[in-house]
Design a protein. Structure first.
Length: 197
């Protein structure tokens, strides 16, 4: 039995750097794996819900109604720029100091509703379920996205946790956090300029 092409496509789409990956890496470094785990689980649940909704046709609606499309892009980019600012501000702090805390489960779930990368990958994935009835398509997409993304999220949270000892030096910490915040700003501009959401 071969690997389902949908799972391969979802893995390729979600493993590549985007807002979730960058934030999980930063959270793993700042707060450790266990405190980042609710963020991981929230992303996995949130992308499953978002992908499942596209199976019911919401993705097609967003693609065909320019006002909804534009509004989602503005909200998404604004939120990403805000997170980049928060991440950049944390570069002045030691990894666990300050009032910042990791995303909660609910915050991570809700972020997926405005995460343009998740919507874009989910739109593309609907091609693999075009012959399914809406309920079956929604279920297949939800399961594929949640299970694949759980593995992706665990990888980046653990990687961040393992990188934490390297961040003990203040200069390395500032460079690392500055780099991650720069990646977020870049992804925000991609949303506004190129993302087909």
């Amino acid at each position: 039995m071969g690997i389902d092409a949908l799972y391969v496509m979802v893995f390729a789409g979600l493993f590549s750097p985007g807002p979730n990956v960058i934030l999980l890496l930063a959270s793993g470094v700042r707060f450790g794996f266990w405190r980042t785990l609710p963020h991981v689980l929230g992303i996995a649940a949130g992308v499953g819900i978002t992908a499942g909704i596209t199976g019911y046709g919401l993705g097609a609606l967003l693609q065909t109604v320019p006002a909804l499309n534009y509004t989602l892009k503005i909200i998404s980019a604004s939120w990403i720029f805000w997170m980049a600012f928060k991440l950049y501000s944390s570069a002045r702090l030691a990894p666990v100091k300050g009032k910042d805390k990791p995303f909660s489960f609910i915050e991570a779930v809700l972020f997926q509703w405005i995460n343009p990368k998740v919507w874009a990958v989910a739109f593309a994935a609907t091609a693999f379920t075009s012959t399914y009835d809406p309920q079956d398509a929604a279920l297949k997409l939800a399961i594929a996205f949640s299970t694949v993304n759980l593995g992706v999220c665990l990888f980046y949270a653990i990687l961040g946790h393992l990188l934490a000892p390297l961040m003990a030096r203040r200069l390395v910490w500032r460079i690392f956090m500055g780099f991650l915040s720069g990646l977020l700003v870049f992804s925000g501009f991609l949303v506004l300029l190129f993302n087909p959401v």
